[in-house]
Design a binder for this molecule. Structure first.
Ligand code: IMP
Ligand code: MG
Length: 174
């Protein structure tokens, strides 16, 4: 039987997300900002983050879908767009919101794709990052937590589509 070990409890997630929201509120004061969530893993993070940003800011939300992992724990190295944005990006301040920065392949692919649409600016936010696994040189502007080289589930992150609904970030012990 698989057993779940809590690595980052919900209270710490909420506190860190609020800090990121405050940082974004300062950085984008007086501007409109579009949060672009990467489906499906970043959906929960994006919704919580959006609600910690100063309500005086004009905050919009959109989602983009990619697939790269299938049901395995290691990246196929190939990223496919499965769902595009619903609005154009030209002249818009965009924050691309991802669940986890691992090899960097997914964020690198999305960054190039979105930059080609000529946003006013593009920042990257990742709830988690695994520092030692990068295959592509890429850094996030807003990072929640640095995570050990273990497979994370919960708070949006899945293993074979399971565990996204867990309120804490956990690792699966077999
Ligand atoms: P990258 O392209 O290797 O940076 O991987 C990014 C994507 O891989 C994320 O959007 C996740 O969907 C998935 N991923 C990487 N590590 C984990 C993990 O520990 N738990 C769940 N998903 C992960
Ligand atoms: Mg993902």
């Amino acid at each position: 039987m698989a057993h779940l070990e809590v690595l980052i409890p919900r209270e710490r997630i909420a506190q860190r997300v609020a800090e990121l929201g405050a940082e974004i509120s300062r950085d984008f004061a007086g501007h409109a900002v579009l949060l672009v969530g990467v489906l499906k893993g970043a959906a929960i993070f994006l919704c919580d983050l959006a609600r910690t940003i100063d309500p005086a800011l004009d905050v919009r939300m959109d989602f983009i879908g990619v697939s790269s992992y299938g049901t395995a724990k290691t990246s196929s190295g190939e990223v496919q767009l499965t769902k595009d944005l619903s609005e154009p990006l030209a002249g818009v301040h965009v924050i691309l919101v991802e669940d986890i920065l691992d090899t960097g392949v997914t964020l690198h692919f999305l960054k190039q794709l979105l930059l080609a649409r000529q946003p006013a600016s593009l920042k990257l936010a990742a709830l988690l990052q695994k520092p030692d696994r990068r295959k592509v040189a890429i850094q996030a502007d807003y990072v929640g937590f640095t995570f050990p080289d273990e497979f994370a589930v919960g708070y949006g992150l899945d293993h074979a589509e399971r565990y996204r609904n867990l309120p804490d970030i956990c690792i699966v012990r077999e």
